[in-house]
Design a protein around this ligand. Structure first.
Ligand SMILES: *Cc1c(COP(=O)(O)O)cnc(C)c1O
Length: 455
């Protein structure tokens, strides 16, 4: 074998700046709106976010410096490896070259610490002592528990009650990193107490957990809120993935023809894709035919089947309205095993770029994603997170097309996390208990009828 399998960077090659795609967008991003239909003012957001995060949220600067302390902390696992999936290529008999960026090497096992670390840093810098957040399956909660510990912040996590009981190991990870974890709805907030008064057996939902965390952050001056996806500053932080990948491709003199990533709230997809879009915007010849494809589940097909409209970020209509592809804020996705992809909306930046034709999207069925994940584990050795299996499926489909056409394309996908805490999902797949959920057309139509009306 003459070509490298593992393309690594030195610590001092960790990018010094994040890339902000807003600087290269054909149109300015649509603003978030409050309940009165007017753009949300920074003052309103100051109750729950530090100034520097808010500045990043609204920034149109192309390059934003990464603070030294954040780069130091990134060194615990970054630069992450760019890997050539040689054994997968052989198994498929494809002339394509398949690469993946392995974000599963972080302490929490996914890309999420890329944003948790700077969020904890800026909050500590602003004199905040505690962070409150919500978590569904536990991936964001464990990332913020780790990051809080790195910067000496207390972390309180409201974990959806059903996951709290079903995912004890994620909860224990958070506790090992010193976080307090409460099953939501809890007795600690008014929102939680109201929900429990109505139904003592309430099993919780992400919407309820968000409301509890925001209530706590808004009511205490020493406490702020953090969010693990969707918002502009989270996508900014995740650009480290694509920026490193570009340096790694430069080392081997290649450039991808297609970039793929799973897409839930869109942070890891924006993170890997946007730095390549920057080349396209700058007229780089290598990027002129580049395709960036977001991969989502058939059962929660936000970009491919949703409506581009203003909607709330959470189920209870607590957050500002964002212009995004949405299935309706009260859409309840089926219980698929890729918890990170069960979101009714999508990042406003990914949504707008998709709307303007600069990004593509594809939806894949659940069983085919596990089939792809198992083939990947048996060839490349790494057991992928169910979310990541979506990108693997789409990458394999691209590679099979290359086999048919004989084109030796270069394919890059984002391996957003490992699946070590998702083995019960693999168990259900192997025992034939996993099903394909069709596109829930009626449920989507019903919830789209409830989009907020204003103006
Ligand atoms: C959270 C998560 C996702 C989806 O979130 P995005 O914001 O769309 O990136 C994908 N993969 C893994 C492993 C996750 O933890």
């Amino acid at each position: 074998m003459t070509e490298p399998t593992r393309i690594l960077l030195e610590e001092n090659e960790i990018p010094t700046h994040w890339y902000n795609v807003v600087a290269d967008m054909p149109h300015a991003p649509a603003p978030s709106l409050g309940a009165d239909g007017k753009p949300v003012s920074p003052e309103q957001m100051m109750a729950i976010f530090p100034t520097q995060i808010l500045e990043q949220e609204l920034s149109a600067e192309r390059w934003i410096p990464i603070p030294d302390e954040v780069r130091e902390t990134y060194k615990i696992w970054r630069p992450s490896p760019l890997m050539r999936a040689v054994r997968l290529e052989r198994a498929l008999g494809t002339p394509a070259k398949i690469f993946f960026k392995n974000e599963g090497v972080s302490p929490a096992g996914s890309h999420k610490p890329n944003s948790a670390v700077p969020q904890a840093f800026y909050n500590r810098q602003a004199g905040i002592k505690r962070l409150a957040t919500e978590t569904g399956a536990g991936q964001w909660g464990s990332s913020i528990a780790f990051a809080g510990q790195m910067f000496g912040l207390e972390v309180r996590v409201y974990m959806v009650k059903v996951s709290y009981h079903q995912k004890p190991y994620r909860r224990l990870m958070m506790q090992t990193w010193g976080a307090e974890v409460f099953a939501s709805p809890s007795e600690l907030t008014q929102t939680g107490r109201d929900a429990l008064a109505k139904d003592p057996d309430n099993q919780g939902s992400l919407g309820l957990a968000i409301s509890e965390a925001v209530e706590e952050a808004a009511s205490r001056s020493d406490t702020n809120y953090t969010l693990g996806s969707v918002l502009n500053h989270v996508l900014l932080h995740q650009s480290i993935i694509g920026l490193e990948a570009k340096k790694q491709f430069d080392k081997i003199g290649l450039y991808p023809d297609v970039v793929l990533g799973p897409c839930g709230g869109g942070s890891s997809f924006g993170g890997i894709a946007f730095p390549f879009l920057a080349d396209k915007a700058a007229g780089d010849k290598r990027a002129q035919n580049l395709r960036c494809v977001a991969v989502e589940p058939n059962s929660c097909p936000t970009l491919t089947k949703g409506e581009y409209a203003y909607d709330f970020g959470d189920a209870s209509g607590f957050t500002p309205m964002m212009k995004m592809y949405t299935l309706g804020h009260d859409f309840m996705p089926p219980g698929i095993h890729a918890g990170g992809l069960r979101y009714h909306g999508d990042s406003p930046l990914v949504s707008q770029l998709y709307h303007e034709g600069l990004l593509e999207a594809v939806a894949v069925p659940q069983l085919a994603t596990f089939e792809a994940g198992v083939l990947f584990a048996r060839t490349e050795g790494i057991i992928p997170a169910p979310e990541s299996c979506h990108a693997i499926r789409a990458a394999i489909d691209e590679a099979i097309k290359c086999k048919e056409t004989g084109e030796p394309k270069t394919i890059l996908f984002n391996l957003t996390g490992h699946g070590h805490f998702d083995m019960s999902s693999y168990d259900r797949y192997f025992s034939g208990q996993l099903e394909n959920y069709d596109y829930p057309a009626d449920a989507v139509a019903a919830s789209l009828a409830h989009l907020p009306k204003f103006g």
